[in-house]
Design a binder for this molecule. Structure first.
Ligand code: NGO
Length: 506
């Protein structure tokens, strides 16, 4: 089908444009007012107007649009048909935005660069899928007319990557950051240590990475981040409005540390390094002073290179630690996290040690209730929801999925989408929910292809639960919209699972 349309003032014949509507967005916006009679078209003459703090977002947008369009798209502070403006009166909340597309202009307004950045993710989804290609494509490059006003339901929208079971390079982590921001996630939790590997340099304990970082699940060479590598990840994340939350898993999941330093072990003998996938067998010693010297050094050095407010101390599956030792250990390290200026995050078991105030309790259970949660809420803790049977991206989709685990059950796309983070936990009111996280554990994942296959398309499903108003969430609508993201993911070079639940148009 061909139609005549106007591109840059000239009537040209062009293929009918896909997606000339505002109804394929993920996450679905708070409010959309389409103007079907109107279309904006990018042309070789289009400029982007973005001044001050908006300029970096303008350059980011231009960086997305230039390769596929082949247009120069200069970013200017005085004029441009696409205008990005920071406007204190935009009334979009701290991270929301207002997008107005007319025949002549695309106007994006927000109170912050973060809001503009979120609006840019919407704008790229309004363009044809080929906009995501990194090589020049024919176009035309039309944006459907109308107005969108949008803001997130939850402030904390996280993905977690386990770089301990298998190591992922700085480039692989950056790639994942670029992928999660497309769906408006704004936190990256890095699981930096586990039994199988210690992945971040700690100057005062150099063997942690020299020895403890030198392997991974299956016996591969592992790897680790220098402090400079880590800074590069943090900075890259920040340029995409993502806060990095580093995790040092304590007191269990510590075989890599115990293997690196004999003195951390009860019997003073270092165990061999571990490359299997069992959990719950290692523990630091709550009754040895050297344990606390070690932990303080680690927390201090990690806090120094982490600009974000959070430090995750793990706390899960400490099956080799007695209940009494566990409580003593966690109670002693919580003040250390505070001493170095960070807010503690931990897997929900650490709530046994009654962290105070704003401490974040990350729920990863498989039921909708846990006695630790109402107590945590009563203390003022914030709850981060990542139920293993809903949000774990490492669970298989079904029995045929070649990657992943299945201890929490199979999670098809409809399962990942079919729950409400605000009301899922029975004894936790929505006001106590900080947000949603989609963890990706890497026991079976060795490269970016594997990561993407497990994350897509469940990550967009979880992102919609975290961003969109409850009233706008609907599986049928989501599946239809997701179908249009197939070509978009393909043009982006993102591997994904062709779920039979989605009517893909590919
Ligand atoms: C559990 C366990 C991890 C595993 C993961 C695999 C938590 C918080 N601890 O989740 O060590 O890697 O399951 O799904």
């Amino acid at each position: 089908m061909w139609q005549v349309r106007s591109v840059a003032g000239t009537a040209v014949a062009a293929p009918a444009v896909e997606n000339l509507a505002m109804d394929n967005l993920i996450p679905v916006p708070e409010s959309v007012r389409p103007d079907p009679a109107t279309t904006f078209a990018l042309s070789p003459q289009t400029s982007i107007r973005a001044a001050g703090d908006a300029a970096e977002v303008g350059e980011y947008l231009a960086g997305i649009l230039r390769p596929s369009t082949g247009f120069p798209l200069p970013v200017r502070d005085d004029a441009g048909a696409i205008a990005l403006e920071i406007d204190a009166t935009a009334e979009t909340g701290p991270a929301g935005y207002r997008l107005l597309v007319t025949g002549e202009t695309v106007g994006l307004r927000a109170v912050s660069a973060e809001g503009l950045f979120n609006g840019v993710q919407t704008l790229r989804q309004l363009l044809p899928a080929a906009i995501e290609s990194r090589t020049e494509q024919p176009g035309p490059w039309s944006v459907p007319g109308g107005e969108i006003v949008d803001r997130p339901r939850f402030a904390h929208r996280a993905a977690m990557l386990d770089v301990a079971r298998h190591f992922f390079t700085v480039e692989q982590v950056k790639r994942y950051i670029d992928q999660i921001v497309r769906y408006k996630l704004n936190r990256l939790h890095l699981h930096l240590t586990d039994d199988q590997g210690w992945r971040i340099d700690i100057d005062s304990w150099p063997k942690l990475t020299e020895y403890g970082g030198g392997t991974e699940v299956g016996g591969g060479p592992g790897g680790h981040y220098s402090k400079q590598d880590y800074a590069e990840i943090v900075e890259y994340a920040a340029s995409r409005h993502v806060v990095v939350i580093p995790e040092i898993d304590l007191p269990g999941h510590t075989n890599a540390a115990l293997a690196s330093y004999a003195e951390l072990n009860r019997d003073g003998v270092a165990p061999p390094r571990y490359t299997g996938i069992e959990v719950g067998f290692s523990s630091l010693c709550a009754d040895k002073e050297v344990t606390y010297e070690f932990v303080e050094d680690v927390i201090r050095e990690l806090a120094e290179i982490t600009p974000g407010p959070y430090l995750h101390i793990g706390g899960d599956e400490a099956e080799a630690t007695s209940e009494e030792d566990y409580k003593e250990f966690v109670s002693r390290i919580l003040p250390v996290v505070a001493k170095y200026g960070k807010t503690a995050v931990g897997w929900h078991e650490y709530a046994k040690a009654a962290p105070q105030g704003e401490a974040v309790v990350q729920y990863w259970g498989t039921t909708d209730t846990d006695p630790l949660l109402p107590e945590a809420v009563a203390r003022g803790n914030k709850i981060l929801v990542s139920p293993a049977n809903k949000s774990y991206l490492d669970m298989k989709y079904d029995e045929n999925t070649p990657l992943g685990l299945k201890w929490a059950g199979f999670i098809e796309v409809a399962d990942a989408y079919g729950w409400d983070p605000g009301s899922y936990l029975r004894d936790v009111p929505e006001e106590a929910i900080l947000g949603v996280e989609a963890p990706l554990w890497s026991e079976t994942l060795e490269n970016s292809d594997h990561v993407e296959f497990m994350a897509f398309p469940r990550l967009p499903a979880l992102a919609e639960l975290a961003w969109s108003p409850k009233s706008a969430q609907d599986w049928e609508s989501f599946a239809q919209r997701l179908a249009t993201h197939g070509p978009r993911l393909e043009a982006s070079g993102i591997n994904y699972y062709r779920s039979p639940q989605v009517p893909w148009n590919i």
